[in-house]
Write a protein that binds this ligand. Sequence first.
Ligand code: SF4
Length: 210
Amino acid sequence: MTSGILCRVYGLLLDELGPQYWWPADTAFEVVIGAMLTQQTKWTNVEKAIEGLKEHSLLEIVPLAEADTGLIEELVRCCGFYRQKASRLKGIAVFFAENGMENVFSLPVVELRKTMLSLKGVGNETADSIVLYAANKPKFVIDAYTTRMMKCIGIEGNYMQLQQRFEEELPKDVDTYKEYHALIVEYSKAYCGRKRCNECILKDLNENGY
Ligand code: SF4
């Protein structure tokens, strides 16, 4: 990988945690559903909901598109905002049933991102998670963990500015983008979230003199 502070951070995180092999899902559609459900909730709740959807054979496009909304609501209740989430899950399933997931995922990355953003309940982070982890296209995912970590090393910006920075500095490589985002999340959960800043492996890094 080329030089630059973001490459340096990647190396340090990888050395610390080892590869994460994200996203934990059996199918691309499961990634889509997980990306929608994980908004404003913990991953453990998403796992519970996914398990329930699987048990009812609703982790497939057409069955979910045709499912009773009340049943979906029950199954995703553990993720919070369950009415909204159930209707959005159904909406995205209907969209893929009508347009074909393979067709949609074969769009060029910019167009695919725009298409995802046009769906109800899909913002930047969800769209990029789908583009990267479900469609396997190079789009770097930014989240609150990334924003906080970047701030710690002197890099600030809004979603699009941070994404551009990562995409300019890293090789355009799907596996690297996948791994890097996963490492940021896992590191943040283990260190930032537990206020272990005094042990932080990034604490001596800074944008202006790393
Ligand atoms: S552990 Fe603390 S210093 Fe390190 S990245 Fe997280 S918030 Fe920043």
